[in-house]
Design a protein around this ligand. Structure first.
Ligand SMILES: *Cc1c(COP(=O)(O)O)cnc(C)c1O
Length: 339
């Protein structure tokens, strides 16, 4: 039985067609800047998002790290949501490797960082303080697309205070689809944007950081320093190019399936639907049922990720089809029917 894995959109496996594109890739030594497929991917995404240049890197974590290290120097600080990936889920890399201090900000319910809190967190120029240099946002954030008018306002606030802007756009294209705008309408508010190809876009590996020539040159240096300079990476880049060609528009299918799943789960007594945003569904399940639910779902060929909280996040993606979603609904129904 094909397992329906809702733990994350990172679990997607490259399709046969993507593998064939990877197999056929033209390659060269990317540390010398000579891999045509890598160069093509980098320039294509940069052009599409309205930037000078791009840099292909192994992971979103490294992409964000290189961006932070390119914007900030030792003793500088970036403003970031207190549950943002770039603060909470990247091992403290900016501090560990960049000597950059995070200034976490409590986000609003919708994932925006309130402008007044941003303003209040910017430090005076004074030897007591780290130098506030950068505002880092995330979009989508827990599946939510940040409102476009908020992006404009955050941009204006940051600029008026001399800050750079970085976007962790791991799921930028999900946000663009949710807002029904081209991705560059979101990207244009930022100096650097990081995009993941190994999430819903379905590539096995890779992220691209885009920005100005100057910022991307700095990032290229830090990529080498952090051990991310790679050689015939065109094999991987070809998967990402394939994803841009074939897997962007179809993210809307993931959103539709998530909405369908949310609608069905809402009807099940025992499941408390908290919300559905883009390709993510959030539910609460009585904590006493979590373990048993997990076992039950596994037996039905469904994987979810349960933590110590009653809140469960279900993520749709390329490897979850309509039939898979039906199976998930049935499995939940069967479990709660007897309780
Ligand atoms: C997945 C993710 C990243 C990067 O993760 P990697 O596993 O390092 O590729 C960055 N930001 C967000 C919001 C993510 O979801």
């Amino acid at each position: 039985m094909n397992v329906v894995d809702l733990r994350s959109d990172t679990v997607t496996r490259p399709t046969r067609a993507m593998r064939e594109a990877m197999l056929a890739a033209d390659v060269g030594d990317d540390v010398y800047g000579e891999d045509p497929t890598v160069n093509g991917l980098q320039q294509r995404l940069a052009d599409e998002l309205g930037f000078d240049a791009g840099l292909f890197v192994p992971s979103g974590t490294q992409s964000n790290l290189l961006a932070l290290m390119s914007h900030c120097e030792r003793g500088d600080e970036y403003l970031v949501g207190m549950d943002a990936h770039t603060f909470k889920f990247e091992g403290g890399g900016a501090a560990v490797l960049g000597s950059i201090q995070p200034q976490p900000i409590v986000p609003a319910e919708d994932g925006t960082l309130p402008l007044a809190r941003i303003e209040a967190s910017i430090k005076p120029v004074d030897p007591h303080f780290a130098r506030t240099r950068l505002l880092a946002l995330e979009n989508t954030w827990n599946g939510r697309a940040l409102p476009l008018n908020y992006l404009q306002a955050a941009h204006d606030t940051a600029r008026s205070r001399g800050l750079g802007l970085h976007l962790d756009g791991a799921r930028l294209f999900n946000a663009a689809i949710a807002c029904d705008v081209p991705a560059r309408e979101i990207a244009r508010h930022f100096d650097t944007v990081s995009v993941c190809f190994s999430k819903g876009l379905g590539a096995p590996v890779g992220s691209v950081l885009v920005g100005s020539h100057a910022l991307i040159e700095k990032a290229r240096r830090w990529r080498k320093v952090t051990g991310g300079g790679w050689r015939q990476a065109g094999i991987l880049a070809a998967g990402c190019v394939f994803a841009l060609d074939h897997h962007v528009a179809r993210l809307a299918d993931d959103h539709r399936r998530a909405a369908f799943l949310a609608g069905r789960l809402r009807e099940i007594a025992g499941v408390n639907l908290l919300g559905q945003f883009t390709n993510m569904v959030f539910i609460d399940v009585p904590a006493k049922h979590l373990r048993e639910l997990d076992v039950h779902l596994r037996e039905a060929g469904v994987r979810i990720s349960i933590g110590y909280l009653p809140t469960v996040r279900l993520v749709t993606h390329l490897d979850v089809d309509d039939e898979g979603v039906e199976r998930v609904v049935e499995a939940f129904r069967a479990f709660f029917a007897g309780r």
